[in-house]
Design a protein around this ligand. Structure first.
Ligand code: GLU
Length: 316
């Protein structure tokens, strides 16, 4: 006979407030490590000293420390939202157009895409997200507006695209243009590649706060249902699959290291945000603009690792 050991773990309420403060202290010594992304000029202007951790538990009030109400560029974290929107609205098979395997390559790599006939390894590298943008163009009249509306509903506040960042991306997105053109050559981008990239650059330029990001992803911790509104965002099965992809592919070629050290589904962006999900417990967002060599936030990863260590919450 098995013993029932499903009692809830992890702190809530005032205890969680204490934990996030402790986590901020745990990672303070890393404040000078890494460098702000400069390949998108508008991102290079961000103050590298920002730090925040925001946690949205399913069974209690949110907790936050640092600059949790400061907006920043969500960048690749947007890929979680576009995958969600495509899973909601695209009647075809997303997986005919991209895989579900970690790439083991940098997020903007072209090499693998050439070897693999223009089929991206997964939806969370740039190539996969560009195909997702193309898919959204085929099934939605105004994909960007629908995306902004979805994200606004999920976080309960209106969010906007930062036009300056989007312009900066468009002016310097040479590698992304190469990816889109290569995939067009292989027949895996069906629409006008420039129009597809316009959506991709805009989605990456959505500005949100860490607190907004943490609560917007509650549905991934809650079997696909938005814990605040009760609205079903995805089926439980699809939510599990998004989590699985985040765990295996959400942090580029550091996905193994993230799984080893943090051990929960995560998605990072070069704006310095990292979101993490503990299914049935919480969603969280850490933010610090200084990145390591793989494009992941140094303090962001460390903060999620410390959060998991201190709460004992994990998927393993
Ligand atoms: N807009 C960025 C790019 O396309 C997103 C990359 C990221 O956040 O990892 O290069």
């Amino acid at each position: 006979m098995g013993t029932n050991v499903t009692a809830s773990r992890g702190p809530t309420g005032a205890d969680l407030d204490v934990v996030v403060e402790q986590v901020a202290q745990d990672v303070a010594g890393l404040a000078d490590q890494g460098a702000v992304a400069t390949y998108i000029p508008a991102l290079a202007r961000v103050d590298p000293a920002h730090f925040a951790l925001a946690v949205a538990p399913l069974d209690g009030p949110p907790a936050a420390v640092g600059d949790a109400d400061t907006t920043f560029s969500i960048q690749s974290i947007s890929k979680v939202f576009t995958l969600t929107l495509a899973m909601q609205r695209f009647a075809g098979d997303i997986w005919e157009r991209m895989g579900r395997e970690p790439s083991g390559d940098p997020f903007n790599s072209l090499v693998q895409l050439e070897y693999e006939n223009g089929k991206p390894r997964n939806p969370f590298i740039n190539a996969g997200a560009i195909v997702l943008a193309d898919i959204l163009r085929t099934c939605l009249d105004d994909p960007l507006s629908e995306l902004v509306q979805l994200v606004s509903e999920l976080c309960g506040e209106p969010v906007t695209v930062d036009g300056e960042v989007a312009l900066s991306e468009a002016e310097t997105g040479f590698r992304n243009r190469s990816l889109a053109n290569l995939m067009t050559g292989f027949g895996n981008i069906h629409g006008d590649p420039q129009a597809v990239l316009d959506i991709y650059f805009a989605q990456c330029s959505i500005a949100m706060t860490p607190a907004q990001l943490a609560r917007s992803l509650g549905y991934l911790a809650n079997d696909g249902v938005d814990p605040r509104s009760g609205a079903r965002v995805l089926s439980a099965e699809k939510a599990r699959r998004v989590n699985a992809l985040m765990l295996t592919c959400g942090t580029y070629d550091a996905a193994g290291e993230f799984a080893f050290r943090v051990g929960i589904p995560c998605k990072s962006g070069v704006g310095g945000g990292v979101v993490g999900i503990v299914p049935h417990h919480l969603s969280a967002c850490a933010w610090s603009p200084r990145l390591d060599q793989t494009g992941n936030s140094v303090q962001g990863r460390a903060a999620l690792e410390a959060l998991i260590d201190r709460t004992g919450l994990s998927v393993f």
